[in-house]
Design a binder for this molecule. Sequence first.
Ligand code: NAG
Ligand code: NAG
Length: 439
Amino acid sequence: MVHFSLLSATAGLLAAASSLVSATPVPSQQNDQPRARIVPFVNKHAVARRSESYNPADVVARDLHRIRRRNEIVDRMERSGTERVKVKRTAAALEPYDINTFRKARMNKRQTYAADPLVNNGDALYYGNMEIGTPAQVTTINFDTGSSDLIVPSVDCKNCTGPFFDPSKSTSFATTNQPFGTAFGDGSTANGVLSTETVAIGSLGLQNQPFAVITQASVGFDGPNAGLMGLAFPTIAQTQATPWFINLANQGLLSSNVVSFYLSRQGADGSELCVGCIDTAKFTGEPQYFPLTPGNASQKYWDIASQGFTYNGNLVTQTLTATIDSGTSLIYLPPSAATALYANIPGVQAAADGAHWTFPCANVDSIGTIGIAFGGSVFNIIPAQFNAGHLEQGSDQCAGAVVSSGTEDGVALVGDAFMTTWYSIFDYGNMRVGFAQAA
Ligand SMILES: *[C@@H]1O[C@H](CO)[C@@H](O)[C@H](O)[C@H]1NC(C)=O
Ligand SMILES: *[C@@H]1O[C@H](CO)[C@@H](O)[C@H](O)[C@H]1NC(C)=O
């Protein structure tokens, strides 16, 4: 049984989305009902995490590649002054009330939703289905709260992962012929064209959603999934397009202007993305919410203030800005904060790479509890989820899920290793993030 938190947005006040190309709702699905949609995720290789073949170094390499790519994009945009798309919420996107207050009262209202599960790949990467084009072509997407572009590989991309999108088989595909290209510090590239398409998750769809169709990439563009959907703010969209979720919210098409993640643990089924909804079956207790910083038109990421990381309930680092990032597997801290945290944990050793800390795998249940403080409350990480796995095959040393970011920027990048313990609600309507104990 799925329950939704519902706060209907007012229909009829809708302004066009503030993007290069404004997205319009899919007519056949447009009606008076605000919508919500659940995307189930797959957790495919999760069993391997507990086995000796799971390699946290691969996970870190992927995370770092992604973080570098992201930082380079933002740096480049700031240098070239292209950071000009601002968060512009329409009246339909604002949610002045606490959605929890309304949850029970509105529960009986008829809503459109469907279950569309996410795959859990080793508790390190979660992805689900998205439909693109007319007729709809199904591809697999990593839903990423740490970026803002929609990127889909076309059939022309030799080094990409399928399922591929074939523009020639879609009647709704339109291209701007504007090239989209990224080149990264490690030499990898992805190139394509800015285009627009009908993009849907089940019955929740928009026409003319801007996205980048990737036609050429160097090896390893993304992962076991085909594409990427950014769920962060338009200020950091390299395509300069308003993200799909924000377009839906700005047009008042969602039951509630939230996206919520349930990321299963240890390879279990049941991971899901709830678009426009909060699935109360996936957590216990009431969510606690924390305001975004800065919380204004400059918002880039889902950033909230943290008093610091905790060990057995006690603060052991300085204050940090926490970026809640579903597209990152582990948790990245400035080197000084990571060092301060691990100094408390008995039997821990710094690994030679300068990024990891390790402990004997046999001690995982006795190393203590690591948490993050938000708003004066401590959000502990389930100890088994703090264990990122064997350092390498055959090793009796396991790596901690907190890794050095290598940068003293005061930022904690808080990824799936935290979100598997805490159901996470990204509340655009109220510019805040909520956490509740994940089921
Ligand atoms: C695929 O990736 C390899 C390795 O980066 C590269 O040499 C090759 O040119 C790429 N193929 C295409 C078609 O781009
Ligand atoms: C947003 O808030 C930050 C920090 O208070 C401030 O520096 C910045 O100028 C603000 N930006 C806008 C567009 O209001």
